[in-house]
Design a protein around this ligand. Structure first.
Ligand code: ATR
Length: 288
């Protein structure tokens, strides 16, 4: 039920109709009986700044940002969180009481909270010097690298089809975070799995409609965790193959669910929980 006092937020994207965020926040608004609304906002890239600047004028508490606004918004914010600065993108905007815009990035937080969700039973490696293998060097990879750096991991192997992009990312991080990032060639990805404690796919390979991720898992230790940020399909071929040989696997939908928590708390005042019911509700919308 919405009254004249309802708190307002939404998700800006172009396109936006596929977004699962309205459903996700809508579930929490109902669960916590909050007088508020969370709307899909179809905003073209050329309008990012104008719409962001309009949020406080319309009484919005803030918004989530998705493609193509995340990077554009960085220069529009009045203030950035340290993690938004390191990642170089904003996915959560909070309108402060004075009408200024605070930009945060909760993707790395969401990724990490998903991995350590007790429901999955992952025990972190005792030896954090064992490498974490990250495939891909786009925006999602940046968030994943921040998560591992902040959790005290010491070594990343970052492999990307375009090796130069991985090297640029590693050079960026060299100035910001205390973690060693090496960039072996994409073609050696199978062999580079030796001794890995975690394997993360941040590429779009394996996603419905995209090409397959070709990867020989033979060298991967059986105690390594395998996770994929692709969640359509929920069980990617990578996760299926890893599970079949005995590795623990964690799928990607939880990253989406957990990244939403800080925004919901900031806009609607309640600390929301990620539960099995929420997961099932959000997943049931896929393909609808
Ligand atoms: P995001 O910001 O969501 O991470 P992105 O910036 O488009 O998305 O990055 C997509 C990632 O998938 C990149 O690492 C990309 O590799 P390149 O940097 O070489 O483009 C990777 N990727 C996409 N298609 C690929 C393919 N066919 N083979 C290998 N990697 C691929």
């Amino acid at each position: 039920m919405i009254t004249g006092k309802a708190r307002l937020a939404g998700v800006m994207g172009w396109p936006i109709s596929h977004s699962l965020s309205p459903r996700l926040h809508g579930f929490w608004l109902k669960q916590y009986k909050i007088d508020g609304a969370y709307l899909p906002l179809a905003v073209k890239p050329e309008d990012t700044e104008a719409v962001l600047r309009t949020l406080p004028k319309m009484g919005f508490k803030g918004a989530n940002l998705t493609l193509p606004h995340k990077e554009i918004a960085v220069d529009v914010m009045d203030q950035l969180s340290p993690r938004a600065e390191v990642i170089g993108a904003v996915n959560t905007v909070v309108v402060k009481d004075d009408g200024s815009l605070f930009g945060d990035n909760t993707d790395g937080f969401g990724f990490w909270e998903n991995l350590i969700d007790p429901a999955f039973g992952w025990t972190q490696p005792k030896d954090k010097a064992r490498p974490v293998v990250v495939l891909g060097a786009g925006g999602a990879a940046r968030a994943v690298l921040v998560a591992f750096a902040d959790a005290g991991y010491q070594s990343i192997k970052l492999l990307n089809r375009t090796q130069e992009r991985a090297e640029t990312l590693a050079a960026d991080f060299a100035n910001m975070k205390d973690i060693q990032i090496d960039c072996p060639a994409w073609d050696h990805r199978g062999a580079e799995l030796t001794d890995a404690s975690v394997l993360v796919n941040t590429t779009s390979l394996g996603m419905t409609g995209q090409g397959p991720l070709e990867l020989d898992l033979n060298a991967l230790p059986l105690d390594a965790l395998v996770t994929d940020i692709v969640y359509a399909p929920l069980e990617t071929a990578l996760l299926r193959a890893a599970k079949a040989r005995g590795n623990l696997t964690i799928d990607g939908i939880g990253m989406l669910l957990h990244q939403a928590r800080p925004g919901f708390k900031a806009w609607f005042g309640e600390e929301p929980k990620v539960t099995a019911e929420l997961r099932a509700y959000v997943l049931s919308a896929r393909g609808a």
